[in-house]
Design a protein around this ligand. Structure first.
Ligand SMILES: NC(=O)c1ccc[n+]([C@@H]2O[C@H](COP(=O)([O-])OP(=O)(O)OC[C@H]3O[C@@H](n4cnc5c(N)ncnc54)[C@H](OP(=O)(O)O)[C@@H]3O)[C@@H](O)[C@H]2O)c1
Ligand SMILES: [Zn+2]
Ligand SMILES: [Zn+2]
Length: 350
């Protein structure tokens, strides 16, 4: 079915209207009319081809909230009218150890990204949520609890689960001191979630004007990372760091703020570490550097349910899709409080 969307034709084209094809329903498919889609920094990386892997045209968007408008004959857990979400993945091999554990993000047989991926059945390209509708296999769809505002829930599908998953995996809870580095879409969710899990939370930000806001988000304290005195005062303090910075940056001053056995978890840039990491503080304090990728489908559902239970929502700025290029520029400058969410009415009515 021909479907209206917004996407980029090249790394210099910006994001503009285009038409894409959505497939007819397979037996396990759910057709979703999209109401809201969050803008993740990963969308910018793909549109700008920062990682050299963009296959144009690209239709970004993997923080998708909508309503089910049709289901295939084998679909049992979703019905027309259900409020549902789709995140970063739309398929995986379903057979490897990771898939069997519900960790589809670490699928070794090859998972399929919501956009810039390739369908495992017909080889067609996947297009993301900057569009009026999407068709997805039911295993990769989650239910959105009624208690969540649907627009503010959209970023949970990436920013939420990407911060929830490592906090849960590493057992963050009461008695732990957690530092969240960078307060954008991921960072502000990291602050809220670590707080809800019972940790003592510190926000590291370059932006001193975000200090009051960081505390409002749930941080017990804020460290302005460009202030050497504040950084020096935090040496040896943290059990965990959750690093959401989207570009290569110096990790050494952060590693120094970990206690012995502390873990620095990267979720931001998948790039070489630059400047080089000093191995000494890892060895002399048995500290560890770790990474984490989004979350699997069961844990994504758990994240949405956790947020509903604890009254956690993303702070969003609603966006008319026609203003998307300006929103990208603002996001590039770090000027977003704290997630843009596209109101898809603006696509349907525009
Ligand atoms: N691992 C995963 O599965 C996963 C999933 C989603 C996204 N990501 C990646 O995570 C990164 C963050 O995504 P996001 O959507 O949260 O981005 P975002 O909303 O743009 O926020 C990033 C924040 O990092 C800080 N920052 C930006 N540029 C910086 C710089 N040059 N030096 C130091 N700090 C800087 C800023 O916070 P302050 O102003 O507070 O310093 C900014 O608000 C992106 O690279 C994205 O691709 C990874
Ligand atoms: Zn994302
Ligand atoms: Zn697999």
């Amino acid at each position: 079915m021909s479907t209206r969307a917004y996407g980029a034709e090249s790394d210099t084209s910006g994001v503009a209207p285009l038409e894409i094809e959505r497939r007819d329903l397979r037996p396990d498919d759910v057709r979703i009319e999209i109401d809201y889609c969050g803008i993740c920094h990963t969308d910018l990386h793909f549109v700008h081809n920062d990682w050299g892997m963009t296959d144009y045209p690209v239709v970004p968007g993997h923080e998708i909230i909508g309503r089910v408008t049709a289901v295939g004959e084998d679909v049992k857990q979703f019905a027309v009218g259900d409020r549902v979400g789709v995140g970063c993945l739309v398929d995986s091999c379903r057979k490897c150890h990771a898939c069997e554990e519900g960790l589809e993000q670490y699928c070794t047989g090859g998972n399929v990204l919501t956009y810039n991926g390739q369908d495992l059945h017909d080889g067609s390209k996947t297009y993301g949520g900057y569009s009026e509708a999407i068709v997805v296999s039911d295993r990769f769809v989650v239910q959105v609890p009624d208690a969540l505002d649907p627009a503010a829930a959209a970023p949970l599908l990436c920013a939420g689960i990407t911060t929830y998953s490592p906090l849960k995996h590493f057992g963050v809870g009461e008695g732990h001191r957690v530092g969240v580095i960078g307060m954008g879409g991921l960072g502000h969710m990291g602050v809220k979630l670590a707080r809800a899990l019972g940790a003592e939370v510190t926000l590291f930000t370059r932006s001193s004007d975000k200090a009051a806001e960081g505390k409002r988000q749930g941080a017990h304290q804020v460290i302005v990372s460009t202030d050497d005195e504040q950084m020096a005062a935090a040496v040896g303090h943290f059990d965990f760091l959750l690093d959401t910075v989207p570009v290569a940056h110096d990790l050494n001053p952060y590693i120094a703020t970990l206690k012995h056995d502390g873990i620095h978890i990267l979720v931001g840039m998948p790039e070489p570490i630059d400047p080089p990491l000093d191995a000494g503080p890892l060895i002399f304090g048995r500290r560890a550097l770790a990474g984490s990728l989004i979350g699997g489908l069961p844990e994504t559902q758990e994240c949405l349910d956790f947020c509903a239970e604890h009254g956690i929502e993303c702070d969003i700025e609603m966006l008319d899709i026609k203003n998307i290029n300006e929103a990208y520029e603002r996001m590039q400058r770090g000027d977003v409080r704290y997630r843009f969410v596209i109101d898809m009415k603006s696509l349907k009515e525009g």
